[in-house]
Design a protein around this ligand. Sequence first.
Ligand SMILES: C[S@@+](CC[C@H](N)C(=O)[O-])C[C@H]1O[C@@H](n2cnc3c(N)ncnc32)[C@H](O)[C@@H]1O
Length: 244
Amino acid sequence: MNTIANSRFKFFPQLNELRQVKWLSSRQKLNRGVTEEFFDSDSLQDKFMRGISAQRLLPIKEVLESFELFARIRRTTKAPIVADLCCGHGLLGILFALFERDVERVILIDQHEPESRQRLIAVTREIAPWIAGKIDNRVAKISGTDHWVEPGVSVVSAHACGVLSDLCIDIAIKSQGPIAILPCCYPRSACDAPLALQTQFGIETAFDIARTYRLEKAGYRVRWGTIPQEITPMNRILYGRSIK
Ligand SMILES: C[S@@+](CC[C@H](N)C(=O)[O-])C[C@H]1O[C@@H](n2cnc3c(N)ncnc32)[C@H](O)[C@@H]1O
């Protein structure tokens, strides 16, 4: 388990102090029952939640994960260009286009494009037409030699499995832009941390300590954070900003 000190819901404070929390990690699609009970205001986020639920587009867990990650990283990773790597449906990047005026372009990259991504972009455009010119949607594998990695590009990623999170770090180090990742799936064979740290703290924590050292060595100041563990036990965020 990767779980560390828990945190409260930030984007959706109405989800703090719930008696029933199991549904917060549900793989069921976000639906009308949930939006009527918890997301029924005229706020932009609630309208967006209702748009996602009307189309039954995404699992509850993935929606809450993206929003709560965004709430914590938006200030530190905001930049004219934000790249959501291994983006899947692309919700994390789309939230930057939706809520951050200063973000001019959001690159969404994944080696596959699930059917939900275009539908999600369309739903977002209905409530926020300004996102149209900002989304740069790509189907591609990421690599440390990617030509699109311009100086200052901000790298964000939710659950880039295993060494894909390390590839995200390579790309950030190349751009020297800010980075925020929520790693998952920690393959022991790829962990650079000393065995003593792996034994003492567990593979997940040791892996993230090694990642932290790598970023700091490359001129980054790194902080750790969390999203609520009720959404996922893989809830550690690594944030970094270059201080060179
Ligand atoms: C666990 S999913 C996370 C998706 C999304 N970020 C989310 O929060 O739901 C990992 C994603 O990485 C993508 N992926 C795997 N290898 C990749 C690569 N080399 N380049 C780009 N995307 C990759 C997969 O297609 C998948 O969508």
